[in-house]
Design a binder for this molecule. Structure first.
Ligand code: IPD
Length: 255
C-alpha cells in the first residue's frame, strides 16, 4: 500500500458521492429487486461502473470485487467496493448509506474508506496508520463491563432466521446498558468512534465489511465473524472495542 492508494480510495469515494447524492430522494429513481430480493438502484450501478472505469485506468493490474458486477478474478491486489451500503435506507430516503472502498493486498485489507455524504462524514484508515473521521483521529471506547456497554445491531428478521433465533441477541441486550438498531456500516463507524462499544451483523458479504473492518481495527477495536475468526467472508460480523469481544461471543457467537 502506498500513500497513492489511500489518496485514490478517497478520490474514488468522492466521485461515487457525486453520483449517489445527486439521485438521493429523486422521485424518479429506478429501483429493482435482485434475485436475493434485496434492492438495487440505478445509482448503485452507476456508482460501481464509475469506480470500475477509474480503477481500470489508474490500477489496470488490480482485480475488482463489487456488489453489483462481481469479481474480476484472483490477483495479489484487489479493490473491494460497495457502491451503496444501506441501499434499503437510500431507497426509503434515510440518510444512513455510504460508499465503501477497500484495497486488499495478499488477503489482508490495507486501506478502507467509508463515505456517507448524506450524513456529511468520511471515515478512513490505512493499516498501521490509525483511523480517522473527517481528518480527526478516532479511537474505540475503554468500556470493559457489559453492564456499561452500548450495543448496536442490524436486521432483527435476519437474527430470527439464525439457529437460536433472536434469543441470544435478547439475552445480550439484557446484559448491556443500552441497545439500538443503527445497522449497516454506521454502527461499525460508531464503534470506531467510541460511541458504541459493540455492533452485530447477522448477515453480510465481503463488500459490506472490508472497508469497515480496517477502520474499526485501526481505531483500536476488533472485527471478526460470529465464530470469532478474523475473516471477512464468514457471512456475519461483530465489531467491538476489543475489551468486550470475547464476552459477546460467549453469548451470541457461533460455535
Ligand atoms: C446491506 C448492509 C446491511 C446488511 C445487509 C446488506 P447493501 O448491504 O450491509 O448491514 O445487514 O445484509 O445487504 O445491500 O445495502 O449494500
Amino acid at each position: 500500500m502506498s500513500d497513492d492508494d489511500l489518496t485514490l480510495a478517497l478520490e474514488l469515494a468522492a466521485a461515487a458521492d457525486e453520483v449517489t447524492l445527486r439521485r438521493f430522494r429523486a422521485h424518479d429513481l429506478a429501483v429493482e429487486r435482485k434475485p436475493d430480493l434485496t434492492h438495487v438502484t440505478e445509482a448503485d450501478r452507476a456508482a460501481e461502473a464509475l469506480l470500475r472505469d477509474r480503477l481500470a485506468a489508474a490500477r489496470p493490474a488490480d482485480a475488482v470485487c463489487g456488489e453489483e458486477f462481481g469479481d474480476t478474478g484472483p490477483a495479489r491486489r484487489r479493490w473491494i467496493i460497495d457502491p451503496i451500503d444501506g441501499t434499503a435506507n437510500y431507497v426509503r430516503g434515510v440518510p444512513v448509506w455510504a460508499t465503501l472502498v477497500a484495497l486488499e493486498e495478499d488477503g489482508e485489507v490495507s486501506v478502507g474508506v467509508v463515505s456517507a455524504p448524506a450524513l456529511g462524514h468520511t471515515w478512513w484508515a490505512a493499516r498501521g496508520r490509525g483511523a480517522f473521521c473527517d481528518g480527526r483521529r478516532i479511537r474505540t471506547s475503554a468500556v470493559t463491563d457489559l453492564a456499561d456497554a452500548h450495543l448496536g445491531y442490524a436486521e432483527l428478521g435476519a437474527w430470527g432466521r439464525r439457529p437460536g433465533g433472536v434469543d441470544g441477541l435478547l439475552r445480550l441486550a439484557g446484559r448491556c446498558w443500552r441497545s439500538r438498531g443503527f445497522g449497516d456500516f454506521w454502527q461499525h463507524m460508531l464503534v470506531a468512534e467510541g460511541a458504541l462499544d459493540v455492533a452485530l451483523e447477522p448477515m453480510i458479504a465481503v463488500w459490506d465489511v472490508a472497508a469497515v473492518a480496517v477502520v474499526v481495527t485501526e481505531a483500536g477495536g476488533r472485527f471478526t465473524d460470529l465464530a470469532g475468526e478474523a475473516r471477512l467472508d464468514g457471512g456475519d460480523a461483530i465489531s467491538s472495542n476489543g475489551h468486550l469481544h470475547q464476552a459477546v461471543l460467549e453469548i451470541v457467537g457461533r460455535r
